[in-house]
Design a binder for this molecule. Structure first.
Ligand SMILES: Nc1ncnc2c1ncn2[C@@H]1O[C@H](COP(=O)(O)OP(=O)(O)OP(=O)(O)O)[C@@H](O)[C@H]1O
Length: 255
């Protein structure tokens, strides 16, 4: 049974079919790419998966459960986390608070014990602080824990966004253009980091990315979207030489 099963998924905005009859299956532990030219519908797919949009047609099953009608926070609680194309941190909060907020979504103590500051609240807080610091260490951000998020350099903000997503302890991580705005060295480091966190956190990852060196370097399988439909799927080598893909990207670099 696949971890994620997207079946005949469609989304229309007025007369525009942004996503049309989409079928994708992702198995536990896979690292999958979703690519396509600008406006192909990639981010719309993420918005459909995470409850930002309701599909016009079709279904999404995650861990064999129907995800229909769930709100974004409920999707997070079911074990799906995402990052955004345009970084969306709590920019005026500290680095560590950004990650702790993510853990709060999964915390075991209730609002009652938080309100009355019961012992379970303090032990929960301590545990959360420790876990958040451990995550920041992995992303080499622990020495910046108390800095305000918006003051970090761009590449570090991107890493913090991934750390925050991991704070919700997901099974499936959706990364929307994680290398956007990074230089080649940062992109290379990110590629290694993505591979490493997959192993360390036993994650399944679906990645939207325009940087082909990253996509071809880390993904085991790739789906190619064009005008809202899948025009190709397969291993990186098959995708690189697929005539339909080359045509869709005409004028852009595929390899
Ligand atoms: N909320 C919306 N209302 C109307 N049209 C939308 C909406 N969201 C997306 N679209 C349209 O749907 C199509 C797909 O957009 P989407 O952002 O999913 O593409 P994308 O593949 O992520 O593009 P890019 O690589 O440029 O980020 C585009 O034509 C876009 O203008």
């Amino acid at each position: 049974m696949p971890l994620l099963k997207i079946d005949k998924l469609s989304k229309s905005f007025g007369g525009l079919k942004a996503v049309s009859n989409l079928n994708i299956e992702i198995n536990d532990g896979e690292l999958i790419g979703l690519i396509g030219p600008n406006g192909a519908g990639k981010t719309t797919v993420f918005n459909l998966l995470t409850g930002v949009y309701d599909p016009t047609e079709g279904t999404v099953r995650f861990s064999d459960k129907d995800m229909r009608g769930l709100k974004p926070y409920q999707v997070t609680q079911r074990g799906m986390a995402r990052t955004f194309q345009n970084i969306r941190l709590f920019s005026d909060l500290s680095v560590i608070d950004n990650v702790k907020i993510a853990y709060h979504q999964r915390s075991s103590y209730g609002i009652f014990s938080a309100f009355f500051r019961l012992p379970s609240y303090y032990s929960g807080e301590e545990e959360m602080h420790r876990k958040a610091m451990d995550l920041l260490k992995i992303f080499n951000l622990d020495h910046k824990a108390e800095e305000i998020a918006k003051n970090l350099p761009y590449g570090e903000q991107r890493r913090l966004e991934i750390a925050r997503a991991l704070g919700t302890e997901p099974k499936l991580l959706l990364l929307d253009e994680p290398a956007a705005g990074m230089n080649p060295q940062e992109t290379h480091d990110l590629m290694n980091l993505i591979r490493w966190i997959r192993e360390k956190f036993k994650l399944t990852i679906l990645l939207i990315e325009h940087d082909m060196s990253l996509v071809m370097g880390v993904c085991e399988r790739i789906y190619v979207l064009d005008y809202g439909t899948i025009i190709a799927q397969g291993a990186p080598d098959e995708i690189k030489s697929n005539p339909k893909v080359i045509e869709a990207y005409l004028g852009e670099e595929v390899v």
